[in-house]
Design a protein around this ligand. Structure first.
Ligand code: PLP
Length: 303
C-alpha cells in the first residue's frame, strides 16, 4: 500500500464519524475520494474553491460565498458545473452526512481532467467538483480568540489576480509554514512598496492610535473576503467609520488593535507581529466587539 493511502486510512480510523466526500455526483468514504491523475486542478492549479463556516449545522453567508464562486469561475472561463439548487443540495448533504454542527465546508471546482496541455480542453470536458465538511471545535476557536494570535510578515510572492479564489496556494502555504515555525498562526503578506496586502488566508485590519479602523481597499492584490464584506455591514449598522487604504508593517506595530477576518476565524484578534506586541498585547476592545456582533449581520442558511 502506498504511504499516502496508508495515511488516509489512518486518518479515517482516527475519526469516530466516517467522513464522506462528495466527488462528481457521488458521496464516497474519505479514503476512496479521489480525482483523476490528469485533473487540471492537480497539474495547473486550474481550479477555484470556497470555504464556508458551518454554525449549528447551517451555512454562514452561503449566498455571498456562492456569488464569489460564480465570479471566480467566470473570471477563468470555467463553466458552472451545476445550477444553484443542485449546489444547495450538495452542500447540505455533505454537512449532513458528516454530521457537522460547527466547522467548515470546503468546495472545489476544477476545469476537469484531460491529457496534459496548457491550453483549455474541449468545452465538453466535465468540471471536477469536490465538497468536504469537517468539524472544528468552537471552544478551541473561542480560546484562540480570548488569547489572540501572533502573525509574522513575509514578502507577498503571489500573482496579479489575488481577487480570484484559486487553489494556487503555494505562496500562502510557504508563508503559513514560515509563520508556524515562528509560533504564529497567520502570515501577513507585504507587497514591494512595503504595504500589507492581506493574510495568507485572511484579510488584515488594524485600529490606529486615533481609533480609526483601517483595512486595504479591494483591488486585484487581495481577495474580497466574504467575512470582510459582512463585517462592513456590521460597521454600517453600528456607524463605525472604516478607512480603506494600504497600511505598512510600521503602522501595525504602532497600532492599538489588529485582527484578521476569514470564514473559519470570523474576527480573530492579532496581538503580536514579528514578535512585537500590538497595543497592550491583548485582544482589543473594538476587535472583541466586532467578533461578538459578527453573526448578527451574517446570513444563516436553512438546514
Ligand atoms: N484572503 C485570502 C487570501 C484568503 O485565502 C481568505 C480565505 O481563505 C480570505 C482573504 C478571507 O476570505 P473569507 O472571509 O471569504 O473567508
Amino acid at each position: 500500500m502506498n504511504s499516502s493511502i496508508g495515511n488516509l486510512l489512518q486518518l479515517q480510523r482516527d475519526h469516530p464519524v466516517t467522513r464522506i466526500v462528495y466527488v462528481n455526483g457521488r458521496y464516497l468514504p474519505y479514503a476512496q475520494a479521489g480525482v483523476h491523475a490528469e485533473d487540471r486542478g492537480f497539474q495547473f492549479a486550474d481550479a477555484v474553491y470556497e470555504v464556508c463556516e458551518v454554525k449549528g449545522g447551517r451555512l454562514v453567508d452561503e449566498t455571498r460565498h456562492m456569488q464569489r464562486l460564480a465570479r471566480s469561475l467566470a473570471e477563468l472561463a470555467i463553466p458552472q458545473p451545476m445550477a444553484a439548487g443542485a449546489w444547495s443540495r450538495v452542500l447540505r448533504e455533505t454537512i449532513r452526512r458528516n454530521r457537522v454542527r460547527d466547522g467548515m465546508l470546503y468546495l472545489q471546482v476544477s476545469r476537469g481532467a484531460g491529457p496534459r496541455s496548457f491550453t483549455f480542453p474541449s468545452p465538453k470536458t466535465a468540471q471536477t467538483v469536490v465538497c468536504l465538511a469537517r468539524s472544528v471545535s468552537p471552544h478551541a476557536q473561542e480560546a484562540a480568540a480570548e488569547a489572540g494570535i501572533a502573525v509574522t510578515t513575509t514578502q507577498d510572492l503571489r500573482w496579479g489576480r489575488c481577487d480570484i479564489k484559486t487553489v494556487m496556494l503555494l505562496p500562502a502555504a510557504l508563508a503559513k509554514e514560515a509563520a508556524r515555525a515562528e509560533g504564529a498562526k497567520e502570515a501577513w503578506l507585504v507587497d514591494d512598496a512595503g504595504y500589507v496586502t492581506e493574510g495568507a488566508a485572511s484579510n488584515a485590519w488594524i485600529v490606529d492610535g486615533q481609533g480609526r479602523l483601517i483595512t486595504r481597499q479591494i483591488d486585484n492584490a487581495i481577495l474580497r473576503g466574504v467575512t470582510r464584506t459582512t463585517l462592513v455591514d456590521v460597521l454600517k449598522r453600528e456607524a463605525i467609520e472604516l478607512v480603506e487604504r494600504p497600511f505598512t508593517v510600521a503602522e501595525v506595530k504602532a497600532a492599538r488593535e489588529a485582527f484578521i477576518t476569514s470564514a473559519t476565524n470570523t474576527v480573530m484578534p492579532v496581538v503580536r507581529i514579528d514578535g512585537h506586541s500590538i497595543g497592550n498585547g491583548v485582544p482589543g476592545l473594538l476587535t472583541q466587539r466586532l467578533r461578538a456582533e459578527f453573526h448578527g449581520s451574517a446570513e444563516l442558511s436553512d438546514p
